[in-house]
Design a protein around this ligand. Structure first.
Ligand SMILES: [Zn+2]
Length: 253
């Protein structure tokens, strides 16, 4: 990646700002073709963003080979990444439209990329599937019952709308059970995995510096990916760190 940043006429070429911008290629860089004054503005932005980041940086989440979502002393081997974007409200109030119903103003957005093991990823996935699994199971059973003609007929004998009522009740029950199952699993999994990202030391540390998660909801769901983001602000591994880890801290399949 480094060898593609070849435009030595750029005022930022070879500077720490260039390393922090961590662009894939010069032609994709916001500093491309800019005069020194404009380039200096970009440098100012990058340095301001970095002044809001923890001193130790955010690369330790993804640069190592161990899972950073595992709790306890034993950390499993990371083999994918959990992405979680965080925004900082300072300083120039650029509008990021987050959803149809929510507009929030962030000056800066950086991705946190948690190296993640197979088990932590599975726990998150199972948790997000829990409500749907409960719905399929219970609604399926209810459908089975009301679709048996003899049973449906005896229900209709009691009241014409009873089969439909049974289905509606099953829908409500499956929703409640799904929520209950989710809560139960979360509490159980939480002993091994940071199931509440807001509880993760790195997210807390970012929070104390004015960052907040961009994902809505009480328990933000990260996006899982096999390959992490390797370019853009917040994705760089400092050179001295990269030399210590194998390769570039990349997880190879
Ligand atoms: Zn893990």
């Amino acid at each position: 990646m480094e060898q593609k940043r070849t435009d030595q006429t750029c005022p930022l070429w070879g500077t720490e700002t260039c390393a922090r911008l961590n662009m894939r290629a010069c032609r994709e860089c916001p500093a491309q073709g800019k005069d020194p004054r404009e380039a200096n503005d970009i440098r100012g932005d990058v340095e301001t963003l970095y002044s809001f980041l923890p001193e130790e940086g955010i690369h330790s989440l993804f640069a190592g080979t161990e899972c950073t979502l595992c709790k306890g002393e034993e950390k499993a081997r990371a083999e994918s990444y959990a992405l979680f974007d965080m925004g900082h409200a300072d300083p120039r109030q650029r509008k990021e439209k987050l959803s149809l119903f929510r507009n929030k103003t962030y000056g800066f957005v950086v991705p946190l990329q948690f190296g993640c093991c197979k088990n932590c990823r599975r726990r998150y996935q199972l948790l997000s599937w829990a409500p749907m699994l409960a719905a399929i199971l219970i609604l399926g059973l209810a459908l089975l019952v009301v679709s048996r003609e003899t049973l449906a007929q005896s229900m209709r004998d009691v009241w014409r709308g009873l089969p439909l009522l049974v289905l509606l009740i099953a829908g409500g029950v499956s929703f409640l059970l799904g929520k209950l199952l989710q809560r139960n699993l979360r509490a159980r999994f939480n002993a091994f995995t940071y199931m509440d990202l807001n509880d993760h030391p790195a997210v807390k540390r970012m929070g104390s510096l004015g960052w907040e998660g961009l994902t809505e909801g009480k328990y933000p769901q990260p996006v899982f990916t096999r390959k992490r983001l390797t370019y853009g602000v917040g994705t760089a591994v400092p050179v001295e760190q990269a030399e210590k880890t194998e390769g570039n801290g990349e997880i190879v399949d």
